[in-house]
Design a protein around this ligand. Sequence first.
Ligand code: NAD
Length: 444
Amino acid sequence: MINRPTMDAEPISRKDFLSITGKSVALGVAGTLAANSLLNQNVLAQTRPRPLSPPAKIPAGVEEPIVLEAWKSDVDQQSGPTPTPLPPDSRVGYAVVGLGHLALEEVLPALSSCEKSKLTALVSGSPEKMKKVAAQYGIKPESCYSYETYDQLKNNQEVDVIYIILPNALHKEYVVRGAKAGKHILCEKPMAVSSKECKEMIAACNAAKVKLMVAYRIQYQPHNRKLRELLQNKTFGAPKLIEASNSQSSANPAHWRHKKTLAGGGALPDIGLYCLNTNRFILGEEPTEVFAYQYSTPGNPLFTEVEELMSWQMRFPSGVIASCATDYNVHESRRYRVLCEKGWLNMDKAYAYKGQKLSTARAEGKMERQEEIGLSETNQFAAEMDHFSDCILKNKRPFTPGEEGLQDHILMEAIYESARTGKPVKLTHKVTQPLRGPEPEIAG
Ligand code: NAD
């Protein structure tokens, strides 16, 4: 286990390291299509002076902070900061549970680019696969576990965090067992298959005095964080309407995602959840009422147990209405648009692993100014894991704790109820406060 510092170091904000470029295009509002010429190219350079590279965190036992400024001079091109990852021995150790698509294609590679986190153990039901993965990532045979020997993780001092990447219905069991093993837990979304399970998971982690975070990667993604900042600063006036959709096509009815007992539901908890969670995140408020329609193509074997389509509206206390939709049986589309008094903000590829495109429009007299806001891409999985590691190193509440997952499950249950009854459902439960921990030290 890593040594935890007794004092909180000064947070280093990666916000300062982003370079932001704006491409502006002016269009007539009255429908005259102005030429799509680039009118100007703004470089929204940082105005505050900042160090070229921040001091690294001081690992336990190291007297002086590691500072990399010396490697850059004033005549060098002003690029982003020199990365200052923690030395390997000081990083937070992760056991990854479940070696499926997400683990193999995204999470394990992302761990290699983390600055505060490292892979130290694997858990899988397939010894052959695990042997190959362990060889590739340099994991010792004694740090490879089956689901039966999972609880023995408690004796592995190199493991601080257990990251659950299993089918949704298995999350609760492995979170509770992981907490009893004394490890902090990062759990994939959806947190579970019911709000009741979420409450049990939160209680288990509280009882074991370990941290619990839900892997809501979008809340650590720079473009979505930037949109939230513009919205909350009222840069475009008050938000009024949100249109959001997250859809994809699905082909294999035998997959666990199409089995109610393993998935808990269909498109809503798997991909529709991104619309729900991101709307709450960017607005910073909680819905008071939902209304929903649900549909599944009759006779389609993909949808005998779980829904194909969910379309729902959420009413927020500020008056904002969010119209959301998700479908498992259409060509991929992942986007949202926020309509405000004086303009709009649009996010294409909003919930994808990469390629987010943030654009805005603002009324300027009889004209409309459109801008594309370019931000550096980050690895969302590395950002969320490094945030959780930071919370462990500094004993902070995660930005997306278990309560964040619980709130989404309460809302999804209301959405299903509305679709079933054909009536709006009011949300009267008291939201646990504080829902989120302090802002993560990343772009935004
Ligand atoms: P997957 O089917 O590719 O992998 C699941 C793993 O669980 C496999 O290794 C499988 O062998 C194992 N497993 C153990 N017991 C099982 C059982 N009884 N039935 C089926 N598989 C079993 O799934 P995935 O796409 O990697 O998704 C895993 C989790 O990650 C889900 O909760 C999903 O919602 C979440 N996920 C999140 C993101 C994201 O962007 N954050 C993306 C994809 C998946």
